[in-house]
Design a protein around this ligand. Sequence first.
Ligand code: C5P
Length: 326
Amino acid sequence: MAMVLPKLKPYHRIATLLLSSTIILCLYFENSGKLFNNNHRVSEIDACVYRNCSPDQERTDWFSARYAPTVQLLLNSRNRALRPDVWRWWRGLQKELYFHNYTTVSRKLFPLFPDKNNYSDSHPNRGRTCAVVGNSGNLLGSHYGPLIDSKDFVMRINKGPTKGFEVDVGSNTTHRIFYPESAMDLDNSTHLVFFPFKILDIEWLISAFTTKDINETYTYVPSTIKANKDKVMILHPEFMKYVYKNWTENHGRYPSTGFLTVIFALHICDEVHVFGFGATKDGNWHHYFDQTLTPVASESHAGDYEYKTIIRLHRENKLLMYKGWT
Ligand code: C5P
């Protein structure tokens, strides 16, 4: 049966049209708001991080089975001797070519760089907020810049630039994490957090600030860099092994620089906000600043496992993961 519509006067028609357009617009914005929360920023459903959620027992067990509060974080003159198990694992990452004498090389470190016990200041009221910024292409279009810059520490990895990308990645950098093959110049106030994957890396660090005579590892590397020598910190090989055993659970050959940084942040920060992690749909690590694509499942890193672990940490309310835009 055909529906009989009442005959409306012209101004009634206009009013009805306006009313229905308003309803449609309201429904649209309500839904796009939900999409924005779930996909663009972070899943608000999962995240009750830092909002007094009480995680259930299983979740607490998962985290505490992995988290070792007393692990060595950074090298200094008192902890530079390596435990035999740490030495064996770390040496296993290196090619024969790079077998230099660790004891001799590490002895040169602390007359040169600050010999401190950095970040041993954990305290319930410290409240240090940190942004860990990976290099994923999902940062493009995200508008995370102001949010990233609002954190006390902004930790950037390898060559991830800020210039030209400020809206999406911010402009502050308090810590830059790199190794010789991904080194770059820093300004005077930025902490250089050096990740040594081999003894030659430590030799390069010393040389870069002194003789400047090492310009090759397995590839060409800069013989020197601009950076503040008094802001240099060196990741402890024990920490690398710990992340490999406890957090990537022996997947890949060793953890990626980005994943090591996330776990490092968990140890030195009271709130960890993670940006710029995540591959393309077809499984490649892409960058917000260039066109390179590296398969996530490489011989070296278990990118997929690392990503899942970060998501789990987010669900456990130990960090807040921002998934980006693309
Ligand atoms: O590519 P690069 O190693 O410089 O990126 C820094 C870190 O960011 C990586 O070690 C990885 O943990 C993370 N990353 C990611 N997804 C991408 C690109 C990088 O998770 N698409």
